[in-house]
Design a protein around this ligand. Structure first.
Ligand code: FE2
Length: 186
């Protein structure tokens, strides 16, 4: 019952986000949010809906293959870095550069994930895990800097919290995949 209620709410939320995106793209609605941010949260809502539907069908959620997870989450991580860079005060040059560096790192990881064959998976997951650990530290420091009033930006604390929570979520996915791959490869 809870799943079905959630699916109803999710369908409504997805339809709402699609309407907002369409209105923004056709210049009938103006917002300080980037259109890419609206697309980003739309993709996240759709992934969540997929998981709930799978839970409904199978009674459990299987860990999706790590390659498709990496393709999804590396893109999300890359976009977070782009949003952070674009929402920092222009005087925060160093932080902007660091954010840009992470955007490039994830862009490269995305390219590699697209090209990789099965054999390269373990090495790429390891590389992605190391990058995401550093990224999580950057986001933690950023969130503390924003809530502690040490960073100049137009980033809302809730957005800082959102990007940090997703890095934590992705770290867990990567660590679990690595454990599974380790078992398979040894
Ligand atoms: Fe996100």
């Amino acid at each position: 019952m809870l799943n079905r209620q959630m699916l109803n709410s999710l369908n409504g939320l997805i339809a709402f986000k699609e309407t907002v995106l369409k209105e923004v793209q056709e210049c009938r609605l103006y917002t300080a949010n980037y259109p890419l941010l609206i697309e980003h949260i739309l993709r996240e809502a759709k992934l969540y809906r997929q998981m709930i539907m799978e839970l409904e069908r199978k009674g459990t959620v299987c860990a999706a293959d790590i390659r498709s997870q990496e393709l999804f989450w590396n893109r999300i991580m890359m976009e977070h870095a782009q949003f952070i860079q674009g929402l920092l005060d222009p005087s925060e040059c160093e932080l902007m550069e660091t954010a840009n560096g992470f955007a490039k790192d994830y862009c490269r990881l995305l390219e590699e994930a697209k090209e990789q064959d099965q054999k390269a998976t373990y090495a790429l997951t390891e590389k992605t895990l190391q990058t995401t650990k550093q990224y999580q530290q950057f986001k933690t420091a950023g969130t503390e800097g924003i809530t502690g009033c040490d960073i100049r930006s137009i980033i809302l604390p809730l957005l800082a919290d959102h990007v940090l929570r997703e890095a934590n979520h992705y770290l867990r996915i990567l660590e679990e995949a690595q454990k599974r791959q380790g078992v398979k490869w040894n």
